[in-house]
Write a protein that binds this ligand. Sequence first.
Ligand code: SF4
Length: 198
Amino acid sequence: MDAVADLADHYSFGELRTTHEQNIVLADVRQSDLPALWQELKDHGFDTANIGYLTNIISCPGGDYCSLANAKSLPIAEAIQRRFDDLDTVYNIGKLDLNISGCMNACGHHHVAHIGILGVDKKGQEFYQVTLGGSSNHDATIGDILGPSFAAEDMADVIEEIINIYLDNRQSAEETFLQAYRRLGIDTFKERVYAKAY
Ligand code: SF4
């Protein structure tokens, strides 16, 4: 945070803004300063160009920090980001919103994500319900529940399987996850995900 504040002072009149997608905007950077700013961001490890893609996850604080949580959110986000740590793969998957909430208060907006993850409590254990097909754009849609919830250690595998189903069934690289989901329907995803022993 100190580093970003220094960059804002240096490049953006001391102004920065946070977004609901949990990114930071430096709002007034001189065009000629962009290469130098990018180099400084790179030095701090802030240069991951993934906005709008799978690994640009919205995640609520979850059970690590929030007393209302049913389950942790941040370790699930981290596991998914580690699984998809190759930007070429992320770009091939294309535009995709994945959001995580640690309880039904939905601070992570999971219900309007293309892929949503909701922490649930099952007899004192942390589990995760998955929803597909939500949207927070002009075609606002609540995601459909895929089925029974999954254990934390299975979540990266479950998300990878959902992505593979999309990649195997998309008509072209131009058909986004959300478009493919709306064409295919939830059963295509449900059958293949639950055919595996999670
Ligand atoms: S969604 Fe639930 S767990 Fe997450 S921050 Fe909101 S109240 Fe806390």
